[in-house]
Design a protein around this ligand. Structure first.
Ligand SMILES: C[S@@+](CC[C@H](N)C(=O)[O-])C[C@H]1O[C@@H](n2cnc3c(N)ncnc32)[C@H](O)[C@@H]1O
Length: 306
């Protein structure tokens, strides 16, 4: 029987069993909870997500995978959903003990024979059609139910700059549910586009949304493992600047460096970012030249040539 681990609980608070299988969609290669045979797993240790609809979905999926009577420990920082955990687990039919340690709430219990309300949680937090974006998406993904204004500015800029046209083989670093990729593929000169994202749910959504033989999505941590691609003609990106809940400027800088490694000489990077983010040094280091193409006061669009 499989022991489940979800995310990275603080080691002072709990240790996963040595043979535990990672199930977080934010860890490339992890086991998908939805793929597990229900009611079989032996135990669960989970660092629950902060977003409440996402958290309920992930807890419902994990509890469904557990065998009746199997022990679970589910924790979250107090101010990132932790203070609601006990109530949420009780609503799923669990009896829990709730402990406060290191600014976390830690709920332990055993999976009851009968779960209540999991179907609703799975439906509310699952991949679903979103009219506003004409696409399938899922709570927990970046800008899950609207096109991000930064991505929108990049799409508009690319359309206006059609003369420099995107063509050949490209990639969308951090593709999310695929809004930017979908727009890029409107150019008939694009021969292939690879979307990469650390979130397996994003890759799945992008594959669902983009029915185009030129598109593929790869579940990959660009900072830890690079893109695995070389010789690209172009890369587009709206790079992340948060890791977990904290601003992490190094993440966007790593994306810019990885794009330089993935492009051919003369290949182009198109990126959009909040105006305050300091990407200039990474651009100077990795590219022959770059220019600020657009600045609407909130977002800037940069084109860099390797
Ligand atoms: C600002 S969002 C942009 C999403 C999408 N391109 C859009 O325009 O809506 C950044 C994306 O990068 C992904 N991401 C964050 N860290 C990553 C990493 N280390 N490797 C790959 N993707 C990552 C996030 O999951 C998120 O989907």
């Amino acid at each position: 029987m499989i022991n489940l681990l979800y995310g990275f609980p603080h080691p002072d608070l709990a240790s996963p069993s040595a043979d535990a299988s990672q199930t977080s969609p934010l860890v490339p290669g992890a086991v998908r909870l939805a793929d597990l045979v229900p009611h079989r797993a032996a135990s669960l240790l989970m660092q629950a997500p902060a977003n409440s609809v996402e958290r309920l979905h992930e807890m419902a999926a994990a509890l469904t995978a557990l065998a009746p009577g199997a022990p679970f420990t589910i924790m979250a920082p107090k101010d990132r959903g932790g203070s609601r955990l006990a109530r949420e687990l009780t609503a799923f039919g669990c009896t829990v003990s709730d402990e406060a340690r290191r600014h976390h709430r830690i709920c332990t219990g055993e999976r009851p024979a009968v779960l209540t309300g999991v179907g609703e949680a799975l439906a509310a937090g699952g991949l679903q059609p979103v009219d506003a974006i004409f696409a399938f998406s899922q709570p927990g993904l970046f800008s899950w139910d609207r096109l991000d204004p930064g991505s929108e500015l990049l799409i508009e800029t690319l359309a206006a700059e059609a003369i420099r046209g995107l063509k050949g083989a490209g990639a969308d670093f951090g593709c999310g549910w695929g809004g930017l990729s979908r727009a890029v593929l409107e150019s008939p000169l694009v021969t292939s586009l690879t979307g990469l994202d650390v979130d397996g749910r994003a890759c799945e959504a992008a594959r669902t949304n983009i029915d185009d033989p030129r598109f593929s999505a790869i579940w990959r941590d660009l900072r830890a493992s690079g893109s695995g691609l070389t010789g690209l003609d172009f890369v587009v990106m709206n790079p992340p600047f948060h890791a977990v809940s904290r601003e992490d400027r190094g993440l966007g800088q790593a994306f810019i460096e990885q794009a330089a490694l993935s492009l051919r000489k003369g290949g182009r990077l198109w990126l959009v970012a909040n105006v305050h983010l300091p990407y200039e040094r990474a651009l100077d280091a990795g590219y022959a030249r770059w220019e600020l193409v657009e600045d609407d006061g909130a977002y800037k669009v940069i084109e860099a040539v390797k």
